[in-house]
Design a protein around this ligand. Structure first.
Ligand code: GTP
Length: 340
């Protein structure tokens, strides 16, 4: 876009026989932004905001006509002033209209005083105007589109209550991780974490307090994991998932225990300052099936040899982590259960 604007102002300078060209985007009736300028052989983008009210540019916007005024220098760029002012140069100000006939920009071309733009040159400049208007319009649309895209991306990626990733994003990352280890080998683990007796918390403290608990638990998770590597998400209402790339089941268990203890020891308080406990049940699973092989040693003791054998499917890992979470609940809550 910068390149297009540069081409536009240089072309205007050439055909307008002008040493100084300013391309102004009209933001509001009172305000404009310099999106490109060609000043004495140099192109610059200033993004400088310029006031339009009480200047001749107001008239350009309201009449949509081209006018010539004496010029002055404002914020290092040539700018039109009213007719009765003295100046060494004049500014030819041309409105740029969009398809709805609104003024979306203004071109300012300077001329030495006493020399006016010939009708042939003015004709060529006029031919360029719709093109430059389209460049400005596209620029605006692009910025808006990018902002919109950014917004949507943010919405589909980050859970608004907890600031953890959304389940949708989590599942995409899980699929990527699974594809990666299927091709190149490797381990990953999953944690599925559920807040115990959450209904009771909601019922006693209120739904809003319940939401605050969700936020604090999310913070405990964030503080416990490897930043930029592990992927924590809000899996659904009161459940959280964490994808742990490059982590075997022993490492996953250690982390799960750390999270469980961290939450158990965390001081939760109601808004009235009354403390209460929150505990977590956690299921752990990983993508490797480990074969256990039993042998008798020289002293007739059983020795268990373990060796990784196969990688299990993504669906199987999700199934296993869910089974282990339910087992943790069944076993009395506040526990970690592992599918070894
Ligand atoms: N505040 C709040 N509550 C939620 C949210 N999502 C789900 N809940 C509540 O979570 C509670 C879940 O209740 P249950 O399924 O009985 O689970 P529980 O009370 O945690 O029981 P256990 O899972 O056995 O420990 C319900 O009261 C839901 O309304 C949420 O986003 N915010």
């Amino acid at each position: 876009m910068k390149q297009l604007i540069k081409q536009a102002v240089i072309t205007l300078a050439r055909f307008g026989n002008s040493k100084q060209v300013v391309l102004l985007k009209v933001e509001t009736i009172n305000n404009g932004i310099i999106i490109g300028a060609f000043l004495n052989g140099e192109f610059l983008i200033s993004n400088e905001s310029i006031k339009l009210n009480n200047t001749p540019l107001e008239k350009i916007i309201s009449t949509k006509q081209t006018y010539t005024y004496p010029g002055t220098i404002v914020k290092s760029i040539p700018f039109p002033i009213y007719q009765d002012s003295r100046s060494d140069f004049s500014c030819v100000c041309l409105p740029l209209l969009n398809e709805e006939n609104q003024v979306i920009g203004i071109v300012i071309l300077t001329q030495k005083i006493g020399i006016s733009l010939s009708s042939e040159r003015l004709h060529v400049v006029n031919l360029l105007r719709p093109l430059i208007a389209a460049i400005i319009e596209t620029n605006v649309t692009m910025i808006e589109l990018l902002a919109e895209r950014e917004n949507l991306l943010q919405l589909s990626t980050i859970d608004s209550l907890t600031s953890l990733y959304t389940r949708r994003y989590f599942e995409t990352r899980l699929q990527e991780e699974f594809t990666k280890v299927s091709r190149h080998g490797g381990v990953f683990s999953l944690l599925l974490i559920d807040i115990d007796h959450f209904k009771q918390i909601n019922d006693t403290c209120g739904y809003k307090e319940g939401n605050r608990v969700l936020q604090e638990v999310a913070q405990i998770l964030t503080n416990s994991i490897r930043k930029e590597i592990d992927i924590p998400c809000r899996y659904n209402g009161k459940q959280f998932g964490i994808l742990l790339p490059y982590t075997d089941v022993d490492g996953a268990y250690i982390l799960a225990e750390r999270i469980r203890r961290g939450c158990e020891q965390h001081l939760f308080t109601t808004q009235q300052g009354i403390p209460f406990k929150v505990t977590l049940s956690i299921g752990v699973a990983h993508n490797i099936d480990i074969a256990h092989h039993e042998e008798l040693n020289d002293n007739d003791h059983i020795v268990v040899e373990s060796a990784p054998v196969t990688e299990v499917s993504k669906e199987e890992v999700i199934y296993r982590v869910d089974v282990m979470l339910n087992a943790a609940k069944q076993a009395g809550h506040n526990q970690v259960m592992v599918w070894w």
